[in-house]
Design a protein around this ligand. Structure first.
Ligand SMILES: [Fe+2]
Length: 402
């Protein structure tokens, strides 16, 4: 293996993904890790704080087809909170909820509601990353340290990003436990319905961060300078504006493009942008949506709907627009199949992608999911932003927040 060859991570190998499939699914590219000041292998885990982890963990199993694989809670010595580790393909979600009324998670949840507190990344060298982060002025929240149990030693550190979000940097090359020292292996008690697919999504494609007006470029610079991320694409102003709401967005990615972070800020428009609504209800910057990659979005969306997951409606006018039809060209399914499900299509010079967005996952209009099926396109659905925003604004208006 040379420096410039991307390989599957252990998580991806365990999930039976193959490299060609993954290149298609999430747009993986080859790159030279040796020249990266802050090498990132891929996602480690997405950590959520929620109001009721017990029930949320059930929801991710029953509605999203995820598999429970580890647990930490009062029964094994964690008197502060319960944490459930769930998996789908190469993605790991950790769902935490306070048990003790004195848990620091209570204050976090009171401020932000259900949301993402940690976008943990797998790195080959924690110390090298933290040295670079410190050199570039990042806030180090946890110094590099080892934690160990009978499964080995895990090395980690964490740095601050936007709002109260952090990146924990994890080297699990000497660790074989189910997740983290202190966690025990645990399997689902939830029984999947007969004929349900093994999983509904295979990998995580990108996580969007919403930041305050005027802060987007600062965070782009943070990812460029501190973490060595490269700029992928740029959407500015009118590109993604409707009459009433607008935003600006830039996208950064790690060297192999496994980890992609679009960063949004609100733009001035006649009415409040959906980003303003997020910032109000999350009480500051935070993770807005997680894009989950699937190789069969039709089947995935049908299953999710059958499980009660709600998606944003796409107006029929979107599919009937002649210009859009011309631009889309041939895709793998008839457009009627997409229309009946509200799945959006976008095409660029590299190929096309299919995507759809859920309604907010929790009570506040903050975090939601996107399902994405890529066919060559490395974009984020720029051509759909306007159609999407019209749909989003209809929902925002219904909530009285437009
Ligand atoms: Fe997205």
């Amino acid at each position: 293996m040379t420096d410039t060859t991307v390989d599957l991570t252990p998580q991806e190998r365990d999930a039976d993904l193959d490299l060609d499939q993954l290149k298609q699914l999430v747009g993986l590219v080859e790159y030279d890790e040796a020249r990266d000041p802050f090498p990132v292998t891929g996602w480690d885990a997405i950590v959520f704080v929620v109001g009721n982890a017990t029930q949320t963990a059930h929801y991710y199993q029953s509605a999203w087809g995820m598999t429970l694989e580890a647990y930490s809670g009062p029964e094994n010595g964690n008197r502060d909170h319960k944490a459930f580790v769930l998996r789908s393909g190469s993605i790991r979600f950790v769902i935490k909820g306070a048990v003790s009324p004195d848990s620091p998670l209570i204050a976090h949840h009171a401020a932000h509601g259900d949301g993402v507190v940690d976008i943990a990344l797998e790195v080959p060298d924690v110390d090298r990353c933290v040295a670079q982060a410190r050199r570039m002025g990042a806030t180090v929240l946890d110094e590099p340290q080892d934690v160990a149990d009978e499964h080995g030693t895990l090395r980690f550190a964490s740095i601050a990003t936007y709002g109260e979000t952090r990146h924990t940097l994890v080297d699990r090359s000497r660790y074989s436990g189910p997740y983290w020292p202190g966690y025990v292996e645990r399997t689902s008690t939830y029984q999947k319905r007969e004929g349900s697919p093994k999983r509904l999504f295979q990998a995580l494609d990108h996580i969007v961060g919403n930041v305050e007006l005027g802060k987007m470029d600062e965070w782009v610079a943070f990812y460029n300078k501190v973490m060595g991320f490269v700029n992928m694409a740029e959407f500015i102003g009118d590109d993604i504006a409707t009459d009433y709401s607008a935003l600006m967005s830039k996208v950064v990615a790690n060297g192999n493009h496994r980890v992609k972070f679009p960063l949004n800020e609100p733009a001035i428009a006649k009415k409040r942008s959906q980003i303003d609504e997020y910032l109000d209800f999350y009480r500051g910057p935070g993770a807005q949506h997680l894009a989950l990659a699937t190789n069969d979005i039709i089947r995935t969306v049908d299953e999710l709907r059958a499980n009660g997951v709600e998606f944003l409606d796409t107006p029929d006018s979107y599919y009937e627009d002649e210009e859009l039809r011309r631009r889309i060209g041939e895709v793998r399914v008839p457009i009627e199949e997409l229309q009946s499900r509200g799945i959006l299509v976008d095409r660029d010079e590299d190929g096309y992608l299919l995507q759809i967005f859920t309604k907010p996952l929790g009570d506040r209009p903050t975090v939601f999911f996107e399902m994405i099926e890529r066919h060559g396109s490395l974009g984020f659905g720029k051509g759909n932003f306007k159609a999407l925003f019209v749909a989003l604004e209809r929902e925002q208006d219904l909530r009285g927040n437009l």
